[in-house]
Design a binder for this molecule. Structure first.
Ligand SMILES: [Cu+2]
Length: 499
């Protein structure tokens, strides 16, 4: 029905246009065609002039009206160091092209009006004019040369790689349909190797877990960076072309599958400082939710962002990631909270080449844990509280055979005995309450003896400073009714006898 109505409208409009044309023809014939043509010329020239004025006023007015939303103007000065030079370049280019834009438009419409065809006027025939041609070749050439050279200069500045020995943070962004997968190097400061053939559901970046640099790499959900420090972003893609775009930092670089690119920039303002800058402008006092006048103002909810600037598919719009620029202290605190992807998702899974082994970082983490417990036990008020639980000493099920990995914790004990030569300790074995009490008692005695023997025979601790005792299930520290409770009750402890 709608289609039929539309068709009828088009047919009727065509008829109207044809009829008007016929009437005009008849009128022209009556009045004299030439005179009519001159009138039309004049009217067209005047309409052109009116359009010119309205057009230029519209261009200038909208530019002024939206100035505070545009990058490079109002509050949106560049948030990165190199961005200011790009903004300057844009401003200079806009200055020259702006002059040409306004002048050529004025001349175009002015000439159409001033020299419109009228009675008794004939166009001047001009085959060519050398002087004119020289002028309109030389001036644009000089301006273009200036623009291109300053552009190249800025490009070389912005795209220069990190120099040897310079301090910087390296991060990585991998675009895929439809998100950015981010990677930070972790405490070692180095990103581990990748191989696209290793990509699977559990290994989204194809990290090679045999490369120890990968083990501490972090996969955060947002970009957090310290202000005033250079960042080198490795940019790549997993499927189609994407584009790493951080507009507030004037950072924009293609993400190409199989061809890593990079961008180096230095944030020069924190997110909070940028918000304070926005706060000064009325445009950012408006509520962030147009439907809720009580919602926080726009400046308060502002976040820098990473987007994809390549139209990469139907979910392209969802490739946004928040970018937070913070002080070095806040950055360090944030980084310390992040867990490595390997430790949280791969460790001890079937993909883990180090399954069943202790990693150096785990050994040192456990040592730190033991040292902290020892320090607080030695500082305890009463002798009964001077207990250190050996959380990483384990036995094979139902036996007094120490597991292989227990040696690291016992090494920590031996080192503590060396550090405090006056200290004497009792090794106390405990079991849960499952099964026969007498059997538990003897198992706990055998286990404490096993630790005693290992310390004395393997680690050369002086036997006279050690005692061993088994307490069976007589000293539970948790309920024996739950698995977790029973696991806690099966334990080996050090009771410090003298400091
Ligand atoms: Cu994309």
């Amino acid at each position: 029905m709608t289609f039929l109505l539309g068709l009828a409208c088009i047919v009727l409009l065509t008829v109207v246009v044809v009829q008007i044309g016929k009437v005009t023809e008849l009128a022209n014939g009556l009045r004299g065609e030439e005179e009519m043509q001159f009138k039309t010329n004049r009217r067209s020239g005047m309409i052109g002039m009116a359009f010119l004025i309205a057009f230029l006023v519209f261009c200038i007015a909208t530019a002024i009206y939206y100035k505070n939303y545009m990058l490079g103007y109002g509050p949106h000065e560049s948030a990165s160091v190199h961005g200011s030079s790009l903004d300057r370049l844009f401003a200079v280019t806009l200055f020259f092209t702006g002059i040409v834009f306004v002048l050529t438009h004025i001349l175009l419409f002015w000439f159409a009006y001033k020299y419109h065809g009228r009675a008794g006027r004939k166009a001047l025939f001009l085959s060519h004019d050398n002087r004119l041609e020289i002028i309109w070749t030389i001036i644009p050439a000089v301006v273009m040369t200036f623009l291109v050279i300053s552009g190249l200069d800025a490009w070389n500045d912005v795209m220069a790689d990190i120099e040897e020995g310079e301090d910087y943070t390296e991060i990585e962004a991998t675009g895929y349909q439809f998100a950015w997968h981010l990677r930070y190097p972790g405490p070692d400061g180095k990103l581990g190797a990748r191989d696209y053939k290793k990509i699977n559901g559990l290994n989204p970046l194809g990290q090679d877990w045999n490369d120890v640099r990968n083990l501490d790499d972090i996969h955060p959900s947002e970009i957090v960076l310290p202000v005033g420090k250079k960042v080198r972003v490795r940019i790549t893609a997993r499927d189609v072309l994407h584009n790493f775009d951080m507009p507030h930092f004037r950072v924009k670089m293609d993400a190409v599958p199989g061809m890593p690119t990079y961008f180096i920039f230095e944030p020069q303002i924190t997110s909070e400082e940028y918000r304070q800058r926005l706060k000064e402008y009325p445009e950012y006092q408006l509520p962030s939710d147009p439907n809720d006048p009580k919602s926080d103002p726009l400046w308060k909810t502002f976040e820098f962002e990473l987007a994809c600037a390549e139209l990469c598919g139907s979910g392209h719009y969802s490739m946004r990631r928040v970018v937070r620029i913070v002080s070095q202290e806040e950055y360090d605190a944030w980084l310390a909270q992040q867990q490595s992807y390997y430790m949280s998702s791969i460790r001890n899974s079937s993909d883990d080449p180090f399954k069943g082994q202790l990693l150096d970082m785990e050994v040192s983490m456990r040592k730190q844990e033991f040292d902290d417990k020892l320090t607080s036990a030695r500082a305890a008020e009463t002798a009964a509280d001077r207990i250190v639980r050996l959380d990483y000493v384990f036995f094979e099920t139902g036996s007094a055979n120490l597991t292989d990995l227990s040696r690291y914790e016992l090494q920590n004990v031996a080192e503590a005995m060396n550090k405090y030569p006056e200290m004497t300790i009792e090794v106390a074995g405990h079991t849960d309450a499952t099964g026969d009490a007498a059997a538990n008692q003897s198992l706990s005695e055998m286990r404490s003896m096993a630790v005693y023997n290992y310390l004395v025979n393997e680690l050369n601790v002086d036997g006279s400073r050690l005692a061993a005792a088994g307490y069976g299930s007589s000293r539970p520290i948790d309920s024996n009714d739950t698995d977790a409770g029973r696991a806690k009750n099966r334990r080996t402890e050090l009771q410090i006898l003298s400091l």
